[in-house]
Design a protein around this ligand. Structure first.
Ligand code: NAP
Length: 283
């Protein structure tokens, strides 16, 4: 079997075209969705990620700002910026780029973002809303993974392995998969005989950051493979999955780059649009 490629760039492009239309409609009502990203320090990868979110927002007609604080910004400095943005009616979505400098407590900052503007969905209130089935901002990478999986058919009754149990990817995507009536097993660094077990799964979502973790010989014939991993190797971005061998066995597979990544940014835009709508009582 040669896998069908789940082309994240193409899927994201179509999705963003739909978002751009929605933005136009809102603008005609006098509402221009705004995404503001807060970053502290000068980490090159973080800066380039922030700029790409900024550009993507502007490309679909939103406005987008970057609040760039120094590497030595104090926790109070960051919290004051977040409070200022919480109170600014022109700002609909707030993202704080992590990691923050060591002197800043990330949890305190995430808790300070107004839940109604927390478009990453990382604040405790929004995490609680997600797990209790309430309206919320679903974290962007898990939402992007679900969008990719929509292109593979129904998940009902499927056996899914999620490798990785972080709060930003593994755990929320497991919750979203359960909501789609899949049967989900979450694996992590202490899982015994993980590789042998993988053959039992119809879908494998790998969110670890270890190149070569999953090989074609580990997979069930016809499995759907979503590779979330992002690791720089010799200046090249690679996933967790050995793409060539996995593509021989899988029915569908995401490439790295060009798979999950473009959908993550798209879902930041999606959530910002929702924030602007919900702010005005539009469903
Ligand atoms: P994380 O917080 O470091 O979590 C990694 C998870 O992998 C942990 O749960 C860890 O288990 C598990 N793990 C480590 N070694 C393992 C092994 N040998 N076998 C099985 N599980 C193992 O990372 P994250 O933030 O979730 O991100 C995961 C990857 O996705 C990274 O490469 C990141 O760059 C990438 N990512 C990509 C996007 C995108 O848009 N494409 C977005 C977010 C993240 P323990 O809990 O037991 O330690």
């Amino acid at each position: 079997m040669t896998a069908e490629i789940l082309n994240g760039r193409e899927i994201a492009k179509d999705y963003r075209a739909g978002l751009a239309e929605e933005v136009e409609k809102l603008k005609s009502k006098g509402i221009t969705p705004n995404l503001t990203v807060v970053i502290a320090g000068n980490d090159g990868a973080s800066l380039s990620y922030v700029r790409s979110k900024n550009k993507a927002a502007e490309k679909i007609g939103m406005t987008s700002d970057i609040v760039h604080l120094d590497e030595d910004a104090s926790e109070e400095d960051v919290l004051n910026e977040v409070k200022r943005l919480n109170n600014d009616d022109a700002v609909h979505g707030i993202l704080v780029q992590v990691p923050l400098p060591d002197q800043v407590d990330e949890n305190k900052v995430l808790e300070a973002i107004s839940p109604e503007k927390d478009v990453d969905g990382f604040s405790p209130v929004n995490i609680g809303r997600l797990y209790t089935g309430q309206r919320t901002f679903v974290p962007c990478t898990p939402l992007g993974i679900m969008e990719l999986l929509k292109h593979t058919g129904s998940l009902e009754g499927k056996e899914v392995a999620v490798i990785g149990r972080s709060h930003i990817v593994g755990q929320p995507v497991a919750k979203l998969l359960i909501d789609q009536n899949a049967t989900v097993t979450v694996m992590h660094s202490r899982t015994k005989d993980m590789v042998e077990k993988l053959k039992n799964f119809d879908v494998v979502v790998s969110a670890v950051g270890k190149p070569g973790l999953v090989k074609g010989s580990d997979l069930k014939e016809g499995a759907i493979v979503i590779d979330v991993g992002n690791t720089m190797v010799d200046d090249k971005l690679v996933g967790d999955v050995d793409y060539d061998s996995a593509a021989e066995v899988a029915s569908h597979i995401t490439p790295v780059p060009g798979g999950v990544g473009p959908l993550t940014i798209t879902m930041v835009l999606n959530n910002t649009l929702l924030a602007a709508k919900w702010n005005k009582g539009i469903e």
